[in-house]
Design a binder for this molecule. Structure first.
Ligand code: ZN
Ligand code: ZN
Length: 612
């Protein structure tokens, strides 16, 4: 659903105004004998999905308070209070907020630092101005804009959400305030939709599911560097096996290169100068300093240079998925989505300039194939020449025109995004933005053209006219980082992976002790057929095992009792169904193998093979 600018402005005004009502309700909560209690007000801006307000309060807020505050807000907005703006002199403002230290600091910020009432820099050319907005008996330092009166805030579309701690001005040396998050929409339906998405996002949180499904671990001694546990590692290697197979078919040759190189390499590539702060540097002794690789590119250039290359060798497609490390600020880390250690499905393709169009078409066809396997929809985005670039404008223009032609054909004219100035400094790029089950967009793969790195490494090929020329390099990833891809895949599938990716594909549940022997025989047959089964745990009861398998989102539960032992069958229950079907062991094996071979996006129905 596209939100128009008008609707965005309206929501912005509603939330700006509702933030004042929130502050008013919190003040009312702490009123004593009709007198204002000791509430200190911080800032209360609208944000992407709602708004918040920061306070210093006599005590910590609890759930009862939040309910009370929401009720109070609804009452206030259903009465008609007009918002009135007035401009104040510095003296008037300081007098009005004399007992509000944070507001006094904001007033100073507005007067001296050209900041707005939330402490953010003012748009250029806008003069600092002290204004307050009043409604009912409440006034707040604010530049607006607001709705005309509180009746324009729909009480049915208003919700107080949560409390969090927040340092004043985000500075951990300053006081900790209590932040109340809330949201407001135009209609109850919009609010319900938003609350559903919040609940879904929480249910699908990959950090929670990663723990529950025993996929990965993040240790305080290695921030942002995931440990892959047996089940998560199975997922990772299955994705890499698929990548390897498809890329071999598509004419790529896989290499693996050192994880650590001496500084000289990073000097040539420019990483030492431009990227050092994102690298882990190891001083080995007084003469030698090494850098852990943050990217695979420089080593791919080294491999290219090992031989005299001819135009007939191009395109030369070198793929690799070595482990990379990037030094990030700890605040920027987030589960698998922002990490310091990761693998990319990387490749460097060396081409002549007139191969650009065809090679991009090939990479995009491969992208299509990969994304359709996972049932993911995506959008392409062209990033053009940034302000700071290297190389000559003419080469850039030619490359951009080539990319536009291929995108016009591939996605359709006007069916892709263009971000002017978003190209890398060494060349234009195409990004792949994927949409997940909740409609969230993620930047995944990227296909970048590079005229510079091959020059820095003095890469040459002998052209058809006998002249030595510099190749163009395409850097490309389709999954992006595998860690990030898995994080998103966990949230997209809520942990119920398609059969071919499931770390455990079937759980065996013998009903009683006398069925264990049969279950073990079935297990041996499944394992021989390379189906990943969970070992029956003789200790726990049948229902407990079924519950466990359901929690682990194992695609198939195989129950075995007297009937199954007699008939040499298994009663198969899918994770998303309460019904079971009885299949011969061979039919079950054939069904799972077919799902794995086709890499079906969903676990489809297994049915017995037709009678001969
Ligand atoms: Zn306001
Ligand atoms: Zn690269």
């Amino acid at each position: 659903m596209a939100t128009t600018d008008h609707a965005k402005d309206e929501l912005h005004r509603i939330r700006h105004s509702a933030a004042h009502v929130l502050a008013q309700a919190v003040r009312d909560r702490f009123k004593k004998d009709g007198q204002d209690g000791e509430v200190q007000f911080g800032i209360g801006p609208p944000i992407a999905d709602g708004f918040y307000y920061d306070f210093v309060l006599p005590r910590s807020l609890n759930d009862d308070d939040l309910r009370w505050i929401e009720k109070r807000m609804k009452k206030i907005v259903s009465q008609r209070h007009t918002f009135e703006q007035s401009e104040l002199s510095p003296e008037e403002a300081r007098e009005m907020f004399a007992d509000q230290p944070f507001k006094l600091e904001l007033i100073d910020g507005i007067l001296e630092g050209a900041l707005d009432e939330d402490g953010e820099p003012l748009p250029e050319g806008q003069a600092p101005k002290l204004t307050v907005y009043r409604h009912a008996d409440f006034a707040d330092l604010c530049g607006g804009p607001h709705v005309e009166d509180t009746r324009q805030i729909n009480p049915k579309a208003l919700k107080v959400l949560s409390i969090a701690g927040a340092y004043w001005r985000g500075d951990e040396k300053r006081p900790m305030l209590q932040r109340v998050y809330a949201t407001a929409f135009r209609t109850k339906e919009e609010l319900d939709q938003h609350l559903w998405r919040l609940a879904e996002a929480e249910r699908r949180d990959h950090r929670k599911l990663g723990k529950q499904l025993e996929l990965f671990h993040l240790d305080p001694t290695a921030p942002g560097m995931p440990y892959w546990l047996p089940k998560g590692f199975k997922l990772l290697t299955t994705l890499i096996d698929f990548w390897r197979e498809e890329h071999e078919k598509a004419g790529y040759q896989e290499i693996s290169t050192p994880l650590v190189n001496a500084r000289q390499l990073w000097d040539i590539s420019g990483h030492w100068e431009h990227y050092q702060e994102n690298m882990f540097i190891c001083p080995v002794d007084e003469h030698r300093t090494y850098g852990v690789k943050p990217m695979n590119c420089p080593n791919a250039m080294v491999v290219f240079n090992l031989k005299t290359r001819s135009y007939r060798d191009l395109p030369l497609r070198l793929s690799d998925c070595d482990v990379l490390h990037r030094n990030e600020r700890s605040g920027a880390l987030h589960g698998l989505l922002r990490v310091q250690k990761f693998q990319q499905d990387d490749a460097h393709i060396f081409i002549t300039p007139d191969m650009i169009e065809e090679e991009y078409a090939r990479v995009l066809a491969l992208t299509d194939h990969f994304y359709s396997i996972f049932g993911l929809t995506y959008t392409l985005r062209l990033g053009t020449r940034p302000e700071k670039f290297i190389g000559d404008v003419e080469t850039w223009d030619r490359a951009e025109a080539a990319l536009r032609r291929i995108l016009d054909t591939k996605a359709g004219v006007g069916q892709y995004l263009v971000e002017d100035g978003d190209g890398a400094f060494y060349g234009p790029k195409v990004d792949i933005l994927m949409e997940d089950a909740l409609g969230r967009q993620w930047q995944m793969g990227t296909i970048q053209l590079d005229f510079q790195l091959p020059r820095r490494f003095n890469c040459r090929y002998v052209d058809s006219d006998g002249a030595e020329k510099t190749p163009v390099v395409v850097h490309r990833v389709i999954y992006g980082s595998l860690e990030r891809f898995i994080g998103i895949l966990i949230e997209h599938t809520a942990g119920a992976f398609p059969v071919w990716l499931s770390p455990v594909q079937a759980t065996l549940v013998p009903i009683a002790d006398r069925h264990v022997e049969y279950a073990e025989a079935v297990e041996a047959r499944l394992k021989a057929a390379r189906i990943r089964v969970e070992h029956p745990d003789a200790g726990s009861r049948m229902n407990a095992r079924i519950r466990q398998a359901t929690l682990e989102k194992v695609p198939f539960i195989l129950v075995m009792g007297d009937t199954e032992v007699e008939g040499g069958t298994v009663a198969v229950r899918r994770r998303d169904s309460k019904k079971s079907v009885t299949l011969s062991v061979d039919d079950f094996i054939a069904g799972v193998q077919a799902l794995v071979a086709s890499r079906a996006a969903e676990s489809t129905e297994l049915s017995p093979a037709p009678a001969e």
